[in-house]
Design a protein around this ligand. Structure first.
Ligand code: SD4
Length: 321
């Protein structure tokens, strides 16, 4: 190769590699730090209120998301989360939760019984151990050692419905699709522009004893990357786990997808495996670092609550399945 050709081709490859570098750079540049809180479902409204009151006192996004979902966990009328959650097939309420902060730290508990606030146990796992995840009896023992109170989480209403299900449906139930569940994922950006997320659930109603869904799995039910965004999932956890759902949405945003397109693509990946049709629901919410919000669901019926510009509002999502 002549010297001039060599210089020309080196210049071309320099341009090419710098454009590769640009692609790998964080595409989300402009960051305004007004607080935003985004949650799944209608119980997201009170959760957002609790979260924003923390941020308004200059609390961190981590404190905010924990405080937010604790409202849902403590609400006996919310039958998909914490106290009052629908039990498994054998009548036991078993809870899954995870939390992530803006430094990428994560904590999680799964198959936890008799503790009303699994999200706070998950936070303790994150902050006071070298582990990420505790399950079952070990998670409960850890919670008790940390001062959490043991209590019966099965309310009369959830117990009666379970007894009815046993009578009418237990034989034909495949523990497959059912819409009796509304996990809460809450994502927040605080006054410093830092992101955090929390996700907590009693999982699918009448699931097999020992079943763990996506909600406590970092990268499935929830994921936070403070440079890119935070994402939460709801719906049939098995499908979210198989597609690393929340992590996928964050990675798509890293590649330059809008928050909305990233959520849609993650839903479409699941739909594709079902040949475009599904009788179960999946919903994603995404909060990009720059404040852009995205959401998507397979079916109509999914809702999200958004606190932005001093307003906390509930929105319906049109399904794409
Ligand atoms: C689970 N993803 O355990 C949860 C259930 C859920 O809205 O999200 N319900 O699979």
């Amino acid at each position: 190769m002549k010297r001039r050709d060599f210089i020309k081709s080196s210049a071309i490859s320099l341009v090419a590699s710098s454009s590769i570098l640009t692609q790998c750079d964080n595409p989300i540049k402009k960051v305004k730090n007004d607080p935003i809180v985004l949650s799944t479902w209608d119980h997201g409204i009170p959760a957002n209120n609790a979260a924003i009151s923390i941020i308004n006192k200059n609390g961190s996004s981590l404190e905010a998301v924990e405080a937010g979902v604790r409202v849902t966990e403590a609400d006996p009328l919310s039958q998909s989360v914490g106290l009052g959650g629908r039990p498994d097939k054998d009548g036991h309420v078993t809870l899954d939760a995870c939390i992530m902060d803006s430094d990428g730290n994560a904590g999680s508990v799964a198959f936890l019984r008799d503790i009303k606030h699994p999200i706070s146990v998950a936070r303790k796992v994150m902050e006071q151990t070298d582990h990420v995840m505790l399950v079952g009896k070990g998670a409960k023992r850890f919670a008790l050692e940390k001062g959490f109170k043991e209590e019966n989480l099965l309310t009369d209403k959830s117990r009666e419905e379970w007894l009815q299900w046993k009578k009418d449906n237990s034989i034909k139930d495949s523990w497959g699709p059912n819409d009796e569940h509304d996990t809460i994922s809450t994502l927040a950006r605080d006054n410093n522009g830092n992101l955090a997320g929390a996700c907590t659930t009693s999982g699918l109603a009448y699931k097999l004893h020992g079943r763990v869904g996506d909600s406590p799995i970092i990268g499935a039910g929830m994921y936070v990357d403070n440079e890119i965004g935070a994402v939460g999932a709801t719906g049939k956890g098995e499908e979210v786990i198989k597609t690393c759902g929340s992590f996928l949405v964050v990675e798509l945003m890293r590649q330059g997808y809008s928050a909305m397109d990233a959520c849609k693509e993650a839903v479409n990946r699941i739909l594709k495996k079902q040949s475009g049709k599904s009788d179960f629901q999946i919903g994603y919410i995404a909060l990009r670092k720059d404040g852009q919000v995205g959401f998507s669901a397979i079916h109509d019926g999914f809702q999200y609550a958004l606190y932005k510009n001093n307003k906390n509002k509930l929105y319906d999502v049109k399904g794409i399945g």
